[in-house]
Design a binder for this molecule. Structure first.
Ligand SMILES: Nc1nc2c(ncn2[C@@H]2O[C@H](COP(=O)(O)OP(=O)(O)O)[C@@H](O)[C@H]2O)c(=O)[nH]1
Ligand SMILES: [Mg+2]
Ligand SMILES: [Zn+2]
Length: 305
């Protein structure tokens, strides 16, 4: 029996990468379909191979798994967010961060297309998103020295780039590792291709960072959160930190007396925008609000993959 990591899945075949870097093509044993287990890119698998015919026998327990992109055992996610075209949506950014926190994947925030802003707008934008650095997330901007900023974060990690179609994921990865030669699309083309865009993901070894990186096609803002609403506060690090001081241990931070979170929002130590995202997601999880009510036309556009 050999062990490898699934780096690609294609029409029922799985390409597994072994410790020594060699890749073997396998199929999954019929058993998997029967018990509803589906191997994911990123999974560690035990397999046997004979005459070039490989068969996966078992999957190792996962550290985490993401629904979109469908991947397991991700260490780090680069959340790529464009400041214009597609327009900046703090809500969409927070959604992705919550989804990552829920699976214990470390996020890095990368903001693209700052060159399309005036110097003044750029300064305003950077000030606006500095709150994410205060929360503890690494924040990197287009125009920074990308190699220097990214290499310590990427080393030895399984990394996924996520974000809206057209945000600049492939462009960023090409800048980090030009040999990837990922296709870069016009935003309008990507929009019109809409949901026909493939959802395939594959992990590509990038030796200069000693990492495996996956480019992904897009992120849908229709995604539902699949955890109980009581956990939501845990996935906002700044809320999690302050919530221990709420009067009630079960505080929802919406309207209970003695809520340390609301107090922090009033004092400005928790950002009002982040708290808005918390409130909105709370209502969504409770099912009180359709997922795309708030800015429906923009959110519809967000559904690009
Ligand atoms: N001006 C500018 N354009 C960018 C930047 N990053 C990406 N783009 C453009 O945005 C479009 C979409 O980029 P792409 O990398 O394909 O986005 P993806 O769908 O997230 O992979 C392409 O036309 C890129 O050239 C940036 O920092 N500045
Ligand atoms: Mg792309
Ligand atoms: Zn509270």
């Amino acid at each position: 029996m050999k062990t490898g990591r699934i780096i690609r899945s294609l029409a029922g075949y799985y390409d597994l990468m072994l410790e020594d870097g060699t890749v073997e093509r396998t199929r999954a044993r019929g058993q998997f379909r029967k018990n509803g287990q589906k191997p994911l890119v990123g999974d560690w698998a035990d397999f046997e191979s004979e005459n070039g015919e490989g068969l996966i026998w078992a999957l190792h327990e996962r550290e985490n798994s993401l629904v979109r992109p469908p991947m397991a055992n991700v260490d780090l996610a680069i959340v790529v967010t464009s400041v214009v075209e597609p327009a900046f949506s703090q809500n969409l950014l927070d959604r992705q961060l919550v989804a990552l926190e829920a699976e214990k994947v470390h996020p890095v925030l990368y903001f693209s297309k700052l060159d399309l802003l005036s110097e003044e707008e750029r300064a305003t934008f950077k000030a606006k998103v500095s709150l994410y650095e205060a929360i503890g997330y690494p924040v990197i901007f287009a125009g920074d020295d990308l190699q220097t900023a990214f290499s310590p974060l990427l080393k030895d990690r399984v990394v996924v780039a996520m974000g809206q179609t057209g945000a600049g994921k492939s462009t960023l990865l090409n800048q980090l590792a030009p040999e990837l030669q990922l296709a870069v699309g016009e935003v309008s083309q990507a929009l019109s291709r809409g949901k026909h865009t493939t959802r395939q993901v594959s992990l590509i070894p990038v030796p200069e960072y000693e990492t495996l990186i996956a480019d992904t096609p897009g992120f849908s803002s229709y995604e539902v959160f699949d955890f109980p609403v009581e956990q939501l506060g845990d996935y906002f690090p700044e809320i999690r930190q302050v919530a221990v001081n709420c009067r009630f241990r079960t505080c929802s931070h919406l309207n209970e007396p003695g809520c340390a979170v609301k107090e922090a929002v009033e004092l400005g130590s928790i950002s009002a925008e982040r708290y808005n995202s918390y409130e909105l997601f709370y209502q969504i999880i409770k099912g009180k609000r359709p997922v795309y009510q708030k800015t429906s036309s923009k959110w519809k556009q967000d559904r690009l993959n």
